[in-house]
Design a protein around this ligand. Structure first.
Ligand SMILES: [Ca+2]
Ligand SMILES: [Ca+2]
Ligand SMILES: [Ca+2]
Length: 166
């Protein structure tokens, strides 16, 4: 192999190793934020979330996102909402990936594709998300099920740290 190629291969290996360790930190930080999100849904600190808690928290989040209070979430309102991951994504230079992940979640939740998430679409989506995250089917979400299975957490964490999670 010509020397220039050797140098190139070597520097690529080094940068891969460096970004590998950066990703490991991102997982930790993304996981910490997901844990915080879990703790705020699990308001009575039981260590699990039932469907009622999940939906009522989702309802609170819906109204906190609905900045113009028209009972609909626009994409702009959805993208503007944040619980700590946006600054992290920006710091990691992954703002675009983060925003793309939010757009994907928005598209899933906007079931009729009219460009707004209505309360009913939001509730249906939360119900479907809860079922998908509930790996053992006991109608309760543990912290692991929530951080590892809830679509929003999975999408946002993957955007910040695009490697297989755990
Ligand atoms: Ca609105
Ligand atoms: Ca809609
Ligand atoms: Ca469960």
């Amino acid at each position: 192999m010509p020397i220039t190629q050797k140098i190139l291969a070597c520097s690529l290996a080094i940068s891969a190793a460096l970004s590998g360790s950066a990703f490991a930190e991102d997982i930790t930080e993304g996981r910490r934020l997901a844990k915080l999100a879990f703790a705020s849904v699990d308001g009575d600190d039981r260590g699990y979330i039932d469907q009622g808690q999940f939906r009522s928290f989702g309802g609170d989040v819906f109204y906190s996102m609905d900045a113009d209070e028209n009972d609909l979430l626009s994409l702009g309102e959805f993208l503007a909402w944040d619980f700590g991951m946006a600054p992290l994504a920006e710091e990691m230079g992954r703002k675009d990936a983060y925003e793309t992940a939010l757009r994907v979640v928005f598209a899933f939740w906007d079931r009729n594709g009219d460009g707004n998430i209505a309360p009913r679409e939001h509730l249906l989506s939360l119900g479907a998300d809860f079922k998908r995250a509930d790996a053992d089917g006991d109608a309760l979400l543990t912290e692991d099920e929530f951080t590892g299975g809830f679509s929003v957490m999975v999408a946002l964490r993957a955007a910040i740290a695009p490697v297989p999670v755990e």
